[in-house]
Design a protein around this ligand. Structure first.
Ligand SMILES: [Zn+2]
Length: 232
């Protein structure tokens, strides 16, 4: 893969404002119109079921990829293949995305969120970046933080930003995107992240962002509060 493609991929992992109005409503425990959210509202339990929503989005993604002869199994096999060639140590060397040094405070802060998301902080390398986004991760489990940007948010919102990135690590989203990209017919590879929102690849991107938003916010109450603050 070209370096520029890698940079594009990494940029796509930048925390996005994929704010779903009814998710926010859930967090705020506000009333939401049931008709708008039939797939999310669980009338049996009289509450919103975001797992259902995420599952439904995921099914749509796999359905679309199936039409391109890409199965979940083939993706998992591809991810395995990709991971066999990856080295976090190598990725840290001469990495154009790394710039500057983080303060010990911010590293401790990020590590506490990583632990809070159920990830062993030892496996995530935290580095400083000048990229304009507050934080993003790559396929090597490197967490890039723009300290100035991250500090421009409240502590709760900053926690949520890191928690969102942790969800990408938990679901191995970056490798999933790389695997799908590798398996796509040539004419679809160029449509990565742009153009038709119904294109399978774009659906995958949107789905993984929404899953990260929701997963992060549901992981801990304080992260949900941070999500709301971030969205403001
Ligand atoms: Zn993201």
């Amino acid at each position: 893969m070209k370096t520029s493609n890698k940079l594009i991929l990494a940029t796509l992992l930048v925390t996005t404002l994929t704010v779903i109005p009814f998710y926010l409503s859930h967090t705020f425990k506000k009333e939401v119109s049931e008709t708008d959210n039939q797939n999310t509202f669980d009338s049996k339990n009289n509450d919103y079921n975001f797992e259902n929503y995420v599952n439904q989005l995921e099914n749509e993604v796999w359905q679309g990829l199936k039409e391109l002869n890409i199965s979940k199994e083939s993706c998992l096999a591809k991810i395995k293949e990709i991971k066999a060639t990856q080295s976090q140590d190598d990725a840290l060397k001469n990495n154009p995305m790394i710039s500057g040094v983080l303060s010990p405070n911010i590293i401790t802060f990020a590590q506490s969120v990583i632990s809070g998301c159920g990830i062993n902080p030892d496996i995530v390398k935290i580095v400083s970046t000048n990229d304009p986004s507050p934080a993003f991760v790559d396929e090597y489990k490197i967490l890039y933080i723009n300290e100035t940007e991250l500090k421009s948010y409240s502590a709760d919102a900053a926690q949520w930003v890191i928690a969102h990135e942790c969800q990408h690590l938990i679901h191995d989203d970056i490798n999933l995107r790389l695997a799908v990209h590798a398996l796509l017919p040539q004419e679809f590879k160029n449509a990565w992240g742009q153009g038709n929102p119904d294109a399978p690849l774009n659906k995958l991107l949107l789905f993984s962002e929404i899953r990260a938003d929701i997963g992060a916010a549901l992981a801990q109450e304080k992260f949900a509060l941070g999500y709301c603050e971030f969205a403001k």
